[in-house]
Design a protein around this ligand. Sequence first.
Ligand SMILES: NC(=O)c1ccc[n+]([C@@H]2O[C@H](COP(=O)([O-])OP(=O)(O)OC[C@H]3O[C@@H](n4cnc5c(N)ncnc54)[C@H](OP(=O)(O)O)[C@@H]3O)[C@@H](O)[C@H]2O)c1
Length: 323
Amino acid sequence: MKKRILKDIEVSEVGMGCMAFSHGYGRIPSEEYSIEAIQNAYHHGCTFFDTAEVYSPNLSGIGHNEKIVGKALKDVRKDIVLATKLFIDRSEISREGSVYHAIKRHLTDSMRRLQTDYIDLYYLHRTSGGVSVEEVAEAMGRLIDEGIIQGWGLSQVDVDLIDRAQKVTPLSAIQNIYSMVERDVEKAVIPYCLKNNIGVVPFSPIASGLLSGKITTKTEFERNDDVRNWVPQLSKRNIEGNQPIIDLLQEYAQMKNATSAQISLAWMLKKYPNVLPIPVSKNKERIIENLDASEVELTQEEFEALDKALNQLKVYGHRGFTR
Ligand SMILES: NC(=O)c1ccc[n+]([C@@H]2O[C@H](COP(=O)([O-])OP(=O)(O)OC[C@H]3O[C@@H](n4cnc5c(N)ncnc54)[C@H](OP(=O)(O)O)[C@@H]3O)[C@@H](O)[C@H]2O)c1
């Protein structure tokens, strides 16, 4: 797989979101299957793995996903880049003594579950806990100085927040929603990150499966713990409305002997040198398919035609994420 530089660390240009082994897309696979799927991805060349402390069935516990990722990757820990995320709330600060100590408590617990003594990329999952981004940035700076984390990031943030954080402790990455049907970050976030050597890690890069072309108005999502039931972009009306985008992807997929999901990833990889998508799948074959988007090379001419065609199409609905 091709490599890309995230701040100053080399990683595979397509990473692996691991969330679906614990949460978000219906019934979870067995632990054995999940571990094998993660190890297969590593053997295929993936070196960038994404998890979070909250990824657990129905988001009802802590650490289910981190434990699986830890078991799968402990033997190759030094060869991979491991990212995880925390939520922090103001109420924790008085208990732990400071923002730094509260964050360190989360970090220590995550590292234990991940079977490691350092984290490459530690994100604040949301800035909604009543703790200022400057306080978090200052604490993350201390943890970087101590060598416990290599870098830090923010998730689902605008340029104002990024800039405030960056002024305290330079960021390694921003993890925001980004796909062909969710392009807000192109306006200000990506240009800011390009200028300041910050990686952009798109989540939902395949728009929760929509851009694979495999979801139709007839698709029934699972009843339990399946976010696709509430993603507005996956309502029957919006699937119909977005059909021209699916058709466009299909056209390119045929031309390039690739799949629609791969074209949607290849498009963003071609568009920006600092973008590193982390698609998720519960399915071993699709995980490899998504990683292989790294091998789908759009020529400059093909990319420009695709981008132009996309710009002319209206997008219906959104993923339902706000800050
Ligand atoms: N920072 C945040 O707040 C945040 C929020 C959400 C997600 N994330 C991260 O981002 C990662 C990915 O985002 P996401 O889960 O929202 O969405 P995504 O990768 O855009 O879509 C995942 C969905 O697409 C399907 N899919 C994936 N590859 C496919 C393919 N090649 N062909 C057909 N269908 C395919 C999967 O189904 P199958 O399993 O059936 O293949 C799954 O239902 C997560 O693992 C997580 O690490 C972060």
